[in-house]
Design a protein around this ligand. Sequence first.
Ligand SMILES: CC(C)(COP(=O)(O)OP(=O)(O)OC[C@H]1O[C@@H](n2cnc3c(N)ncnc32)[C@H](O)[C@@H]1OP(=O)(O)O)[C@@H](O)C(=O)NCCC(=O)NCCS
Length: 164
Amino acid sequence: MTRAPFLIAALDVAAHDRSRFNSGSPALDHYLREQATQDRRRRVAASFVALDNDLRIAGYYSLSTASVPLPDLPSGLQRKLPRYKAVPAVRMGRLAVDVDFQGRGLGSSLLINALRRAAGMEIPAAVLIVDAKDDQAAAFYRHHDFIVLANLPLSLFLPLATVR
Ligand SMILES: CC(C)(COP(=O)(O)OP(=O)(O)OC[C@H]1O[C@@H](n2cnc3c(N)ncnc32)[C@H](O)[C@@H]1OP(=O)(O)O)[C@@H](O)C(=O)NCCC(=O)NCCS
């Protein structure tokens, strides 16, 4: 798989043109255009964009903090964690690649970048969780070894200890 040399950086509204972004999912495009900056300002989520050489946004993901009830995790993983009611998590609420850039490995690169970012945080989280928008998106995450959370087919996770 070819990995294009994209720069992945925090979304900067002044420098990055969000108006052209088209992932084929109106809800994900709308979030980047209308909501992402507000969410950052209100400290509820941060978006990161992949930029091509012309600084065009080729893809993005958003991260926020979350927690997962301990019983929702597989028993093997529960045994490795303290007996708290819930464990800290990072949620990747959104991931999207522009249709012009899909199928070139950018989705994988963004996923890896998000995992590294979450695993490298100074304030630790035990897992990265994702909300897949449909079965096809869930299949993308399963392809990358994500595990279904508590029998909810559209919620998946990966332990961050694995990433480290
Ligand atoms: C899903 C999405 C992010 C994938 O991005 P992409 O750049 O097209 O995917 P990549 O080229 O990085 O694919 C990487 C690998 O995942 C596989 N893959 C891609 N989509 C897949 C799917 N839906 N199901 C299973 N595997 C998938 C590819 O075959 C490839 O496999 P390989 O590494 O073994 O060759 C992109 O298609 C997208 O933005 N879709 C619309 C929005 C969406 O569904 N977002 C999902 C999160 S809610």
